[in-house]
Write a protein that binds this ligand. Structure first.
Ligand SMILES: Cc1cc2nc3c(=O)[nH]c(=O)nc-3n(C[C@H](O)[C@H](O)[C@H](O)COP(=O)(O)OP(=O)(O)OC[C@H]3O[C@@H](n4cnc5c(N)ncnc54)[C@H](O)[C@@H]3O)c2cc1C
Length: 496
């Protein structure tokens, strides 16, 4: 078995991060493999079906997918085609409901400026400052200059301070604060932890345009995996990467759980860094580095419940709803996310998500999905019913609603091997930015990181991170010529 021909690149993990690296590399090199421990590829992209309704897991909505916008450019370059519908429908993309006021987040930075000025007339100065920043970040995003050698350095140190500090410095009113803080939650970060640059990137990507999948996450996962195999890539499912093989200070291949050995001097780990550490031989990483990785704080867990509702009484909404609680200063203390989307056959799907730290589920830590027992199932139902009760305050009677599924941090942990079921991987807080950046400086030639832990979480952040990883692999000059230029050359489907 060890005599197999070496691969040009071995990628561990078939989420959106691993498969996008796989596709870009398969366009450039003949022998590329993606290794996946699950029977089906796709990681968090993949949805599942309950009661005939498609239930999303990690893709509820995503930004910047309009023609010529950054995510669409990257999909076009990869040749991944997916049916998506634009959210908003002329109205808001998100509705934020606070205890004593509501705010509709519109599409577009100009529209946001108008909406903020109308809602908070006494906050003109902070609004002008923030809108100016958002425009600058949107320009960076649109030009994809994060990926180019021509990227202007980010000198504004405010961009790396916590959002809460920045908003306090701008002297925003508590209500303006509350509205602006929501976007940091999209990456599992509180406003105290979230670096301003991440907040601005997330917010601008949705302001450029907000989308949700028309089919479902399974279609998305299939679009990625079939494009990869169509380019000649080898998709090896149902066999986990067990060890990364090292020769001196260089990567030499991957040993799978089955014992199969794949040779290759480039290994891309599109999985959680803590699991990568466990795959490396003792001593491959200095004890200080290992401690730093092990000590990385995870994003807080989520609890989600899916409810099938009557489509006539609860038609699909073109926007999401956030029900939020804040303290007197305007900082967010609790929240619930809702999306009501088409489900088919007279039923719609109401998705409800809220925070739920891993510690709340520690009792069942040593169990596996499907075998956690009656008490666990009861606890899920209890929580889902509680959420459904709260949802009635917004959607009216949901007596006809049927809870078709609920999942916890343990479910996510077991599905994608994410420690503590962290939904967005390691927390990209201001405090952890240096440790996160250090991941890319491990002293092993040929080992690269991709996936949501490499640059930023979310579909946009993860795919952007995949391109950056390929840039590290190829070298800047070659990347600029062979990949970056192609991002502005139109669809890549026909070419290899
Ligand atoms: C509930 C939830 C809702 C979300 N909603 C949104 C949203 O609306 N919009 C948005 O943009 N983002 C959203 N996200 C975030 C987004 O889904 C993720 O950032 C993104 O999908 C991460 O992709 P990834 O490739 O890094 O990881 P994953 O999708 O987790 O893929 C990692 C893959 O690696 C595999 N793997 C792990 N260990 C091994 C091993 N040893 N060997 C082989 N394979 C291995 C796993 O099985 C998995 O398939 C959400 C996330 C969650 C959890």
């Amino acid at each position: 078995m060890a005599t197999e021909q070496p691969f040009d690149a071995l990628i561990i993990g078939s989420g959106v991060g691993g498969l996008s690296v796989g596709i870009i590399l398969a366009r450039l090199y003949p022998r590329v493999a993606v290794i996946e421990r699950n029977t089906l590829p796709g990681g968090l992209m993949r949805s599942y079906t309950r009661d005939g309704v498609d239930c999303p897991v990690g893709v509820h909505y995503f930004g910047a997918f309009g023609e010529g916008q950054p995510l669409r450019r990257m999909f076009d370059f990869m040749g991944v085609e997916v049916a998506a519908e634009r959210m908003g429908g002329g109205g808001p993309i998100d509705r934020y409901l606070f205890d004593d006021f509501a705010f509709d987040l519109p599409e577009g930075i100009d529209a946001l400026a108008d909406a903020l000025e109308a809602a908070f007339p006494d906050d003109r100065r902070p609004i002008a400052a923030i809108i100016g920043n958002l425009r600058a970040v949107a320009d960076l995003q649109n030009s994809l200059s994060f990926l180019s050698s021509a990227m202007p350095p980010l000198f504004d140190m405010d961009l790396f301070s916590p959002l809460a500090v920045y908003l306090a410095k701008l002297n925003c009113s508590p209500r303006l604060r509350s509205v602006l803080c929501v976007a940091s939650r999209w990456m599992g970060l509180s406003e105290q932890d979230c670096p301003v640059i991440y907040h601005h990137l997330a917010l601008t990507s949705y302001l450029l345009s907000a989308w949700r999948l028309r089919g479902g996450g399974t279609d998305l996962a299939e679009a990625f995996s079939s494009r990869f195999t169509g380019l000649g890539g080898s998709l090896l499912c149902n066999d986990a990467a067990a060890a990364i093989l090292i020769d001196g200070r260089e990567v030499a291949g991957v040993r799978l759980a089955s014992g199969r050995v794949l040779r290759g001097t480039r290994v891309v780990a599109a999985v959680h860094p803590k699991t990568v550490l466990a795959m490396l031989p003792e001593g491959a990483v200095k004890p200080r580095q290992a401690r730093r990785i092990r000590g990385l704080v995870e994003t807080e867990g989520l609890f989600a419940a899916n409810v099938s509702v009557d489509a006539r009484t609860h038609p699909a909404l073109p926007h999401n709803i956030y029900r939020l609680q804040t303290d007197r200063e305007g900082w967010i203390s609790a929240g619930l996310f809702y999306q009501l989307r088409a489900g088919g056959e007279g039923r719609n799907l109401l998705m409800m998500i809220t925070r739920s730290p891993f510690s709340e589920w520690r009792r069942w830590e040593d169990t596996t999905t499907g075998r956690r027992g009656v008490e666990y199932e009861k606890e899920k139902i209890r929580r889902a019913e509680g959420m459904l009760g709260k949802a009635e305050e917004i959607f009216g009677s949901l007596a006809d609603g049927k809870i078709i599924d609920a999942y916890t941090p343990l479910t996510l942990r077991d599905w994608v091997n994410s420690p503590e079921g962290s939904p967005y991987g390691i927390m990209r807080s201001v405090g952890q930015l240096p440790a996160a950046a250090a991941l890319h400086r491990l002293p092993l030639d040929g080992l690269f990181f991709a996936g949501q832990n490499a640059l930023a979480p979310g579909i946009v952040g993860t795919v952007l991170g995949s391109f950056q990883t390929v840039r590290q692999i190829m070298g800047h000059e070659s990347f600029d010529r062979r990949v970056f230029a192609g991002l502005f050359a139109g669809k890549g489907k026909s070419s290899k």
